[in-house]
Design a protein around this ligand. Structure first.
Ligand SMILES: *Cc1c(COP(=O)(O)O)cnc(C)c1O
Length: 377
């Protein structure tokens, strides 16, 4: 089944009870047991819920995975994975990981006695050199946010396997339509479904997939015990959003590619970060593992005055912290997603006061381009 067909027919899309063409919102916390000794598989919605089950089967189908789990946010999904580590374990992760992940590592894992090493994620050798006898997990994310750095997922997964190290990868930016980390040897794949998978900036949700039964069992236990289960209403909205994902992504990616190419030609734009450009430092690595450059790009202007002018003048994209909506979203990492980091750290990683991130929506490209043209002075 090809992807646009799969998005509509490749997982449970019809209610087995009634034939409803949309899996209903099973808006219930508990389930009556006709037989007190046996339940139907559903007893309490923190453990399992039919609408949430459908969302879990959906992400498993899209990632060609055996098992899927749905969470109340991308962070709940990430935390359920990171909490597989124990006191005395060592974790290696890229220094450009998502800010929330960074916070879990620094505020919780370190306090719980997990050792952590941050590496330059685009340098495969650094991953290998960071390995210690107690290294239990490599945590990856490609492309990274907001600078779109690339990690060679297959190479890093191969190193991990050689040393019996678990690999987990945040695939939010590429989505299951453009990159399949499991097929590159990664053990666990995570998504913030808040972004492109739901796609309408109206749900917060997270997803995890794996092919390994033991990992799935452990993650399922974390989902139940940590309590970050997805609600039925949000699962239903996500299932609705996902049906148009193929069309949405096609348009958003085409818009991003065209905007990135256009920005390259503008003298006011110092740098354009987009893995779909052949000028991107790791374009060759990226095209080996993904089918396109995705729908997120970032770029740097010359001055902060130009940045202020752009945010004031732009009329089409909304100005917000998120990404992955049908509407284009312009954000300012310096004061939004990365504001909680010390200035020096932000500058070190390349998040400067003149960096702007654009998540491309499905608007007409002519309007997006002319809006940028009018706003970049
Ligand atoms: C948004 C995001 C997250 C966190 O997801 P939430 O749904 O906001 O909890 C994690 N990773 C990446 C790459 C993201 O963009």
């Amino acid at each position: 089944m090809k992807i646009n067909t799969k998005l509509l027919h490749g997982y449970p899309v019809i209610d087995p009870e009634t034939g409803a063409s949309s899996i209903p919102k099973y808006q219930t916390s508990t389930f009556h047991q006709k037989d007190v000794f046996n339940h139907t598989g559903y007893s309490y919605s923190r453990f399992a819920n039919p609408t949430v089950d459908a969302a879990e089967k959906c992400i498993a189908a899209l990632e060609n995975a055996e098992y899927g789990l749905a969470f109340s946010s991308g962070m709940a999904a990430i935390n359920s994975v990171l909490f597989m580590l124990s006191n005395g374990d060592h974790l290696v992760l890229g220094k450009n990981i998502y800010g929330g992940t960074f916070q879990t590592v620094n505020d919780f894992l370190v306090r719980f006695g997990v050792e952590c090493t941050f590496v330059d994620e685009s340098n495969v050798q650094e991953w290998e050199e960071a390995i210690q006898p107690n290294t239990k997990m490599f945590y990856l994310e490609s492309p990274s946010n907001p600078l779109l750095t690339i990690t060679d997922l297959k190479e890093v997964a191969t190193i991990a396997k050689k040393h019996n190290i678990l690999t987990a990868s945040d695939n939010t930016f590429m989505t299951p339509l453009s990159q399949h980390p499991l097929e590159l040897g990664i053990d666990i794949v995570i998504h913030s479904a808040t972004k492109f998978i739901n796609g309408h900036s109206d749900v917060v949700a997270g997803l995890v997939v794996t092919n390994n039964e033991d990992l799935h069992t452990q993650l399922k236990m974390h989902q139940k015990a940590l309590g970050g289960t997805l609600g039925a209403e949000d699962a239903w909205l996500m299932l609705r959003g996902v049906k148009t994902m193929g069309l949405r992504m096609e348009k958003s990616i085409a818009n991003a590619q065209q905007i990135a190419e256009h920005l390259l030609t503008k003298p006011q734009v110092k740098n354009v970060y987009y893995p779909g450009l052949s000028t991107h430092k790791d374009h060759d690595v990226h095209v080996k593992q993904a089918s396109d450059g995705g729908a997120v790009l970032s770029f740097e202007l010359e001055t902060e005055e130009q940045v202020a002018h752009l945010f004031e003048q732009c009329r089409v994209p909304i100005v917000a912290v998120s990404l992955g909506g049908v509407e284009s979203i312009l954000s300012y990492p310096w004061l939004m997603s990365h504001a909680c980091m010390p200035e020096e750290e932000r500058l070190n990683m390349g998040v400067t006061p003149t960096l702007i991130r654009l998540s491309c929506g499905i608007e007409d490209i002519e309007d997006l381009l002319s809006d940028l043209e009018n706003s970049i002075k």
